[in-house]
Design a protein around this ligand. Structure first.
Ligand code: PLP
Length: 391
């Protein structure tokens, strides 16, 4: 039977990352392409123990249907934790548990975007979110990035020149894919510009806890007195992406609408997984766990940087500064064709993601590629970068 796909999804392409994943899963390939946490980062023993205890002590609660808003003890704990530790969330905000940050981004878009509405985003930006915006037929306008975050002059002029902008999507910490962190000054400026223009900020922060150098910079949400920021959190990079638990903290009215939208998607996030997150945060030493993760990624980043200095810098390949997260963003020398380069890397069994995958404008040409440093072993990091330098 010939299927007649909806106009909304007809032109959606499979993510370039997912395609490259096929190779990255083969043991003979060096996997610089995924955004996966390191294998040694998972608190598997604790999760196994907690999970068994939950099934032994509260099987019905764990296996029964539950409320869309999320498991109450986790919601209450997270509200308190995020407010006390980070100053995120205040009067007028609600918290919704979601099935990962990806679902929060999708629900916000579902709740706010009509076909043809503009969504502003950083250029480059996370492909999963870009595809979600596209699936609701948003018009994506990319704002270029500087070394200290989005270019605020450009943001200002785009906000001035366009009327039907629904929100500005930003990943302020160790951005995926560029690794760039937005400075405190720029966060302030972004908040002032967007709130003055009546444009919501969608602040996606899955990597904030993975800073291994320098000082934390407060979230844009901490500046929010006008109910103008939806904050997106996730357990994916700090506990497990397979567990699929994230959260949204933002204006009550928008959260209410997202709850209705979520009912039509998955009714509620896996309750057993939410119970595990709650008990892991409250019963295990969560701060020590985060510190251990930062140690793992600091070490891997140092191995990567040393190899990049040795093998990439002499060939004219440069990279953006990164102080946390899981990615390095590399720029090829002038005149090198990026698609050809990435293809050759694949032929040499090294998987990197072409920069074009992260462009809001799908026809834009990129001279960059993304390197993930959390998945490969130290040996793979050195060998893979040596190969990338030799191409
Ligand atoms: C910036 C960004 N947002 C959202 C996600 C999706 O995260 P989750 O697994 O919580 O859905 C990712 C995953 O790589 C990401 O990099």
């Amino acid at each position: 039977m010939e299927l007649n796909f909806s106009k909304r999804v007809r032109n959606l392409k499979p993510s370039a990352i997912r395609e490259i994943f096929k190779y990255a899963e083969m043991p003979e390939y060096i996997p610089f392409s995924a955004g996966n946490p390191a294998a040694e980062a998972f608190p598997a023993e604790e999760i196994g123990r907690i999970s068994a205890e939950i099934l032994r002590d509260s099987p019905v609660a764990a296996l029964q249907y539950s409320t869309t808003e999320g498991y109450r003890p986790l919601r209450e704990y997270l509200k308190e934790y995020m407010r006390e530790k980070y100053g995120v969330g205040g009067n007028g905000d609600s918290l919704l548990i979601t099935s990962g940050a990806q679902q929060t981004v999708d629900l916000v878009t579902k709740a706010l975007v009509d076909p043809g509405d503009i969504v502003l985003c950083e250029d480059p930006s996370f492909i999963g979110s870009l595809n979600s915006f596209r699936s609701f037929e948003a018009v994506l306008l990319g704002i270029p990035m500087d070394e200290d975050g989005v270019n605020t002059e450009r943001l200002e002029s785009v906000l001035r020149e366009n009327k039907n902008i629904k929100y500005f999507y930003t990943i302020p910490n160790f951005q995926n894919p560029s690794g760039i962190t937005m400075s405190a000054e720029k966060r302030k400026k972004v908040y002032e510009l967007c709130s003055a223009a009546g444009v919501l900020i969608l602040e996606d922060n899955p990597y904030g806890d993975l800073r291994f150098r320098g000082e934390d910079i407060p979230a844009i949400k901490t500046l929010d007195t006008a109910g103008a920021v939806m904050y997106v959190g996730s357990f994916s990079k700090v506990v497990s992406p397979g567990i699929r638990v994230g959260y949204a903290i933002g204006p009550e009215a928008l959260i209410h609408k997202m709850v209705v939208c979520k009912q039509g998607e998955d009714v509620h996030t896996n309750i057993w997984a939410q119970m595990i997150c709650h008990r892991f945060m409250t019963e295990c030493d969560y701060e020590a766990h985060l510190e251990r993760l930062r140690g793992i990624y600091k070490h891997k980043a140092e191995v990567l940087e040393e190899a990049m200095r040795q093998y990439l810098a002499p060939k004219g390949i440069s990279w953006s500064k990164f102080d946390g997260g899981l990615f390095a963003w590399c720029k090829l020398p002038e005149g090198v064709d990026m698609s050809d380069y990435v293809q050759q890397a694949l032929e040499h069994k090294v998987c990197v993601v072409p920069g074009s995958a992260f462009m809001p404008n799908e026809n834009e040409v990129s001279d960059c590629f993304r390197v993930n440093f959390s998945t490969p072993t130290d040996g793979q990091l050195r060998r893979g970068i040596e190969i990338l330098g030799s191409i």
